[in-house]
Write a protein that binds this ligand. Structure first.
Ligand code: FAD
Length: 400
C-alpha cells in the first residue's frame, strides 16, 4: 500500500508543520473533510502522532500557524487543535467515564469469548472482511499504517455501531491498539460522541452520499443503516472540580525524572537536569489485547528521539517496565529523594504514576507531577460542550 511516511522524530514533525502551515487557512477549511486515501496528504496536517506524544506541542503548532495567518483566517484549524485540550480537560473532570469505558471493553471481550456470532462479526470488522466498501479498506489501512483520516474515523465508528451493531467499546479498543496517535481522551470521547453518549440525543450517521462525496468517489458503500439511535448509557457525570497539582516544597537530595509517552518534552528540567531518568511506556496498558505494530513503532521511535535530544539533561537513562514496583526499585537503586514527571492526563500512564507515587512515598521519595501551563489554562474550560469551551479560545491564544 502506498502511504505517507510518519517518521517519529521531532525534526520530521517540524518539517511537516512547516510544509503544512501555508495551507492552514482557507485551504484547510475547504478541504479538511476530504479523505484522499493513505498515499496523499490532502488538506489536513497529519500532525497528530507528533502532537499526541508532544514531540511537537500544540503551542508550537498554534504559534507557527499564527505567524502566517490571522486567527480569523485559521479559525477552523485553531478550533481543531483545541479539540484535543477540550477532550483531555473534559475527561480529567470526569475520570469515571474512563473507568466505565475500561469496564465496557472487558465486558465486551468476555462476550466475544462466549458468543460465536459476535466473535465472528468483530473479527471480520477488525480484519476488513465485512464486505462493506470503504469500511474494509479503512480497517486494513489502519492496521497497516497506524493512521486514519478524521472523516474516515467518523464514518468507520458510525458503521461499526449503527450498521454492524458491534459494541462501541470494541471499536474504540481497535483504534487504541492501532492508531499512532491513540489517545485515551480523544479516542474514547470521539467514539462516545459518534454513539450519542457525549451530546445527549446527538449521534453521527454515515451515509453513502457523504462517503462518496468526501472520498472523491473512491468508495460508495451500500446497505448502511439509515438510522442512528443513541446507544443506551448512563448520563454524563457532572464535572468534578479540577484539582491539578501545584509545585510544592521539595526535600533536598537527588532528583530523578520519569519520561513517559504522554509528554516526551521534559520542558521543566532546568540546568543541571536530572541525575537519572527512567523511560516508561504505558501504551500497552491502553488495551487488554496486543498493540498493533505501526502505533508501537511510532511510540518507540518517538521515545528514542526524545532521549537523544534531551540526553545532556537526563543523567543515566534506564528503560523500565511499566510497573509501580519497577519504578520504586529504580528510585531506590539511584538513591533518589524526588522524582519529577510531566503530569499525565487520565489514562494508563496516569494510573501507573498514581500507583508509583504510593510505592515511592512508602520509601520516602516524592513523585512530583508538573502540569504544562497550556493544559492548566485550557482544561478548566471543558465544563460543558465544545461550543462553550470555544468562547475561551481567544483568551487562550493571547496567553500564548
Ligand atoms: C472516533 C474517533 C476517534 C479518534 N481517536 C483519536 C485518537 O485516538 N487520537 C487523536 O489524536 N485523535 C483522535 N481523533 C481525532 C481526530 O480524528 C485526529 O486527531 C485527526 O484525524 C488527526 O489528524 P490531523 O493531524 O491531520 O488533524 P488536523 O485536521 O490537521 O488537525 C490538527 C490537530 O488538531 C487536533 N485535532 C483535530 N481534530 C481533532 C479531534 N476531532 N479531536 C481531538 N483533536 C483533534 C489534532 O491534534 C490534530 O493533529 C478521533 C476522532 C474520532 C471521530
Amino acid at each position: 500500500m502506498d502511504q505517507i511516511i510518519f517518521t517519529p522524530t521531532r525534526a520530521a514533525g517540524l518539517e511537516r508543520l512547516a510544509d503544512f502551515t501555508p495551507r492552514a487557512g482557507a485551504a484547510y477549511t475547504a478541504g479538511r473533510n476530504t479523505d484522499p486515501g493513505p498515499a496523499q496528504n490532502g488538506a489536513v496536517s497529519r500532525l497528530s502522532p507528533w502532537i499526541r506524544h508532544r514531540l511537537v506541542t500544540e503551542e508550537e503548532v498554534l504559534r507557527t500557524v499564527l505567524g502566517r495567518h490571522t486567527p480569523q483566517a485559521a479559525a477552523k484549524f485553531i478550533d481543531e487543535v483545541f479539540w484535543r485540550a477540550y477532550w483531555k480537560g473534559w475527561l480529567e473532570m470526569r475520570p469515571s467515564v474512563w473507568t466505565g469505558y475500561r469496564a465496557g471493553v472487558a465486558r465486551a471481550l468476555d462476550r466475544v469469548a462466549t458468543e460465536a456470532g459476535l466473535r465472528r462479526d468483530w473479527e471480520a470488522a477488525c480484519k476488513g472482511e465485512t464486505g462493506i466498501d470503504g469500511f474494509d479498506d479503512w480497517a486494513r489501512e489502519l492496521v497497516a499504517t497506524g493512521w486514519m483520516h478524521n472523516h474516515a474515523r467518523m464514518w468507520f465508528a458510525s458503521i461499526w455501531i449503527f450498521t454492524l451493531r458491534l459494541p462501541w467499546e470494541l471499536g474504540a479498543d481497535f483504534f487504541a491498539r492501532h492508531l499512532m496517535d491513540a489517545d485515551p481522551a480523544s479516542n474514547t470521547l470521539g467514539w462516545r460522541w459518534v454513539a450519542g453518549l457525549h451530546t445527549p440525543g446527538k449521534t453521527y450517521l454515515a451515509t453513502t452520499d457523504n462517503i462518496r462525496r468526501y472520498t472523491d468517489g473512491r468508495f460508495a458503500p451500500t446497505g448502511l443503516s439509515r438510522e442512528a439511535h443513541p446507544i443506551a448509557g448512563a448520563p454524563n457525570p457532572p464535572a468534578m472540580a479540577l484539582d491539578l497539582p501545584r509545585l510544592g516544597d521539595l526535600p533536598a537530595g537527588k532528583v530523578g525524572l520519569i519520561l513517559h509517552d504522554e509528554d516526551l518534552a521534559p520542558w521543566f528540567l532546568g540546568a543541571p537536569g536530572a541525575e537519572a531518568t527512567l523511560f516508561i511506556s504505558a501504551r500497552a496498558g491502553f488495551s487488554p489485547l496486543a498493540m498493533g505494530a505501526a502505533g508501537a513503532a511510532f511510540a518507540a521511535g518517538a521515545a528514542t528521539d526524545a532521549v537523544a535530544r534531551w540526553q545532556g539533561r537526563l543523567g543515566r537513562v534506564t528503560q523500565g517496565a511499566a510497573h509501580a514496583d519497577a519504578i520504586a526499585d529504580w528510585a531506590a537503586t539511584e538513591g533518589l529523594s524526588v522524582v519529577r514527571a510531566a503530569y499525565a492526563p487520565v489514562g494508563p500512564t496516569a494510573d501507573l504514576l498514581a500507583n508509583a507515587a504510593r510505592r515511592l512515598a512508602e520509601a520516602g521519595c516524592v513523585l512530583e507531577p508538573v502540569v504544562r501551563p497550556y493544559d492548566a489554562r485550557a482544561w478548566p474550560h471543558a465544563t460543558h460542550g465544545f461550543f462553550k469551551f470555544r468562547e475561551a479560545i481567544a483568551r487562550l491564544l493571547s496567553a500564548l
